[in-house]
Write a protein that binds this ligand. Structure first.
Ligand code: GLC
Length: 744
């Protein structure tokens, strides 16, 4: 293919140009043989290559490694883990002849009910951004494109093709766009995928404010924007807004509309050329990577999937150190009962476009059999069935109870069935299936040595039995090798280190989106504003089941010291060091989190915001310093009048093992060259006096007597002063205050 795009543009007919603006088929761009322009493949997904040959998903996808899903990858808080998975995905994409991998998904988890929460990282935009930057940089460094999705506010499945997400400017910027902004600026994704839904009355695929004003003009994204599949409504409006490629294709009707709009003078051909240029640029990028189609390194990547999964599985409870089941502990034990349909019918990923056809799939029962059969006699009973009626579940439960009575250990595999959480539908509640809850409660009463393993893509309500069981492991949806990873953890060959990237509330009603999820009559109002996840729970001091950033280990860590500055110059990077000691018996990894809080913000801010994290591995008894850094700009909040602003102010730096387990808090004076210039003639005098710049301007013009005299009028807009106290304060003096302030 000719590399000079301008040259190609000159040779393309308008009709050919328009044909390039929609796909050639379900997964490919259009080719133009006459000019030797090839098609390229865009294929899902975020945790594995899902190469489906035809548009009707008729035949299963080609086999590929199903890595842990995003909910698990985020729980690792580990950029090295992300890098390994991303590099392996790129390798498999190349082997399968794929040019662009349709991921990562970074939509924020606004409600635990979101059907695709398993496919997204977190409730926190900072954590989501860090992980996505590493993912995209690694995949693209290996010559494969990515598609950062779904831009934006695709936070629910209910009416996802049409719902209008009504979001105020500040939460839109600070929560729902924040991760996209960082990733666009730091990782330069080859493509961005525009979402199905509307945002503030405009479909994402034709939303000029989002696609052009923000994404292109403000953030400088000049790469391609692709629609989600069938997400384009008005093709000409979308093109004008900056949507380059409509997928899937082909769409001759829309192509013709583009031709007609140009011929009618309603659409400048330059606009068409801009998008054609981005498509040709994407094809050239894709072509610059040789893709020798070859065998997948299936065995090697299965082992990698196992190692990675073990870093993403969270130990939520381990009363009496029941776990791990080490050889020493098992010496005088002889039996292990494995309970649960999910132990055999493994749930390891979510249904929908991200679904991978795994190269191999281990079951939990077999993994435990391989691990423990030399020391323990294993028994299995389903205990429940997601397909059975109540009565049969009762029988299954009774059978399991009888089996559990005389066993040394019981491991129950519980979790959410595919039919309640997936792409395309949200959950109705946070409950596990009632048959599982009943079974766990009653088995716990019969046998104290009970371990519950969960497979679920988002927060679940565990209150019915959490106090009655000894150990709980949150395994999420850990990919094809998840069962092996869990067996490694249960046996103590891997010490769990993962931590929650989503808060687990006690009940759904405690979640801040509860009153406004999933919306009605075509609109969903993000009434909670910036207060989502831990930002809300901490503001309300709400009791939680498990907080954001929480996870246990088989060992213990002590936070011995924090070294942090007490002053930060404008633009200076904040650098701190934390001394961590492993005071337990096992080698382990600790995820350390750094949160900030601003003392006197111009606009209300959450009590804490995650701004750095790190992970350190320590032998038993070892202690090391861990360095954490925060960019000055990350101390900012978004002010609708002033944009992102770091205000000169006192901040708190909090070091935590979780968002609710803060080990150190230090005050720091932060300087800034930015000034919040939001005062106007309509602003009350009292607010002028409360603002550092406002006060400077007022006191340069008015004497302390005049300010004193203004007493009663301070809550009134400053310009009213000359009405109330014309003999003390003239209109000229008010104007002079405004002028001085503007020039500060
Ligand atoms: C789906 C999903 C998107 C996926 C695309 C292609 O509907 O929303 O994430 O990449 O269509 O399968």
């Amino acid at each position: 293919m000719e590399k000079n795009i301008d040259k190609i543009l000159k040779e393309l007919t308008l009709k050919e140009k328009a044909s390039l603006l929609s796909g050639g088929d379900f997964w490919q761009t259009e080719a133009v043989e006459r000019l030797d322009i090839p098609s390229i493949f865009l294929v899902d997904g975020p945790h594995g290559v899902r190469y489906v040959a035809d548009r009707h998903h008729a035949d299963p996808a080609k086999k590929a490694t199903c890595f842990p899903t995003a909910v698990n990858l985020a729980a690792s808080w580990d950029l090295a883990i992300i890098e390994k998975v991303a590099a392996a995905l790129a390798e498999e994409a190349k082997a399968l002849g794929v040019d662009v991998l349709l991921g990562p998904g970074i939509n924020i988890k606004r409600s635990p009910l979101g059907g695709r929460n398993f496919e997204y990282f977190s409730e926190d935009p900072f954590l989501s951004a860090r992980l996505a930057v590493k993912f995209i940089r690694t995949v693209q460094k290996n010559g494969i494109g990515t598609s950062l999705k779904h831009y934006t506010a695709n936070n629910q499945e209910y009416k996802r093709f049409s719902i209008d997400a009504q979001i105020d400017e500040r939460p839109l910027r600070e929560i729902y766009l924040a991760a996209f902004e960082k990733v666009v600026k730091e990782a330069n994704p080859w493509t961005i995928m525009a979402a199905y839904n509307q945002i503030n009355g405009d479909f994402a695929t034709e939303n000029e404010y989002l696609l052009k004003d923000i994404l292109r003009d403000e953030w400088g994204h000049d790469n391609l924007i692709v629609s989600d599949w069938w997400a384009v409504h008005n093709r000409v409006k979308a093109l004008k807004a900056g949507l380059d490629l409509e997928m899937p294709g082909p769409d001759p009707v829309n192509d013709q509309k583009i031709v007609e709009a140009v011929e009618a003078g309603e659409l400048a051909e330059e606009k068409v050329d801009e998008s054609v240029t981005r498509i040709l640029d994407l094809i050239l990028k894709a072509q610059s990577t040789t893709k020798e189609k070859n065998e997948l390194p299936a065995a090697e990547h299965h082992q990698l999937a196992r190692e990675v999964a073990a870093e993403t599985i969270i130990l939520l409870k381990n009363q009496g150190d029941l776990l791990p089941l080490t050889e020493a502990k098992l010496e005088e034990k002889e039996s292990l009962l494995v309970v649960g349909e999910l132990a055999e019918e493994v749930r390891y990923q979510g249904i929908g476009s991200s679904q991978v056809n795994p190269t191999r799939l281990d079951t939990h029962y077999q993994a435990l059999e391989d691990k423990f059969s030399e020391q323990l006699k294993l028994h299995y009973t389903p205990g429940y069935s997601s397909e059975a009626e109540r009565e049969e579940n009762e029988n299954l439960k009774e059978k399991a109870l009888r089996e559990a009575e005389n066993k040394d250990y019981v491991i129950i595999y519980a979790g959410l069935p595919d039919k309640v959480e997936a792409e395309g539908y949200d959950r109705d509640d946070m409950q596990l299936p009632e048959a599982q809850n009943q079974l766990i409660k009653e088995i716990a009463a019969a046998n104290p040595n009970i371990i519950v393993v969960l497979n679920n893509g988002s927060a679940v309500d565990l209150r019915e039995w959490i106090d009655n069981v000894s150990a709980v492991i949150e395994a999420g949806l850990p990919g094809q090798a998840g069962a092996l990873a869990l067996a490694d953890i249960i046996a103590g060959e891997v010490n769990p280190s993962a931590k929650l990237a989503e808060s687990y509330p006690l009940q759904l009603e405690d979640n801040p989106s509860y009153l406004n999820f999933p919306g009605s009559s075509g609109t969903v109002r993000y009434g909670e504003g910036i207060y989502i996840g831990y930002r809300y729970y901490d503001k309300k001091n709400q009791e939680l089941l498990f907080p954001f950033g929480y996870g246990l280990s088989y060992t213990e860590f002590a936070y011995r010291a924090l070294e942090a500055p007490d002053h930060l110059e404008a633009g200076e990077k904040l650098k701190v060091k934390v001394l961590i000691e492993n005071t337990g018996l096992f080698k382990g990894k600790e995820i350390v989190q750094l949160y900030i809080s601003q003392n006197n913000p111009g606009l209300d801010r959450p009590p804490k915001e995650l701004k750095a994290f790190g992970k350190i591995e320590l032998d038993a008894g070892e202690k090391q310093w861990l360095e954490l850094e925060v960019d000055h700009q990350d101390l900012a909040y978004y002010h609708p009048d002033a944009g992102w602003i770091v205000e000169a102010d006192q901040f708190k730096i909090m070091i935590g093992a979780s968002s609710r387990d803060i080990k150190f808090t230090e005050e720091i004076q932060v300087e800034s060259r930015q000034r919040l210039k939001a005062l106007t003639a309509e602003t009350p005098l009292e607010d002028w006096l409360a603002d550092p710049l406002g006060k400077k301007a007022v006191t340069e013009v008015l004497s302390s007597e005049q300010i004193e005299e203004a007493g009663f009028f301070k809550p009134w807009p400053i310009y009213r002063l000359h009405f109330f106290a014309a003999d003390q304060v003239s209109l000229e003096e008010i104007e002079e205050i405004l002028d001085i302030y503007r020039d500060l």
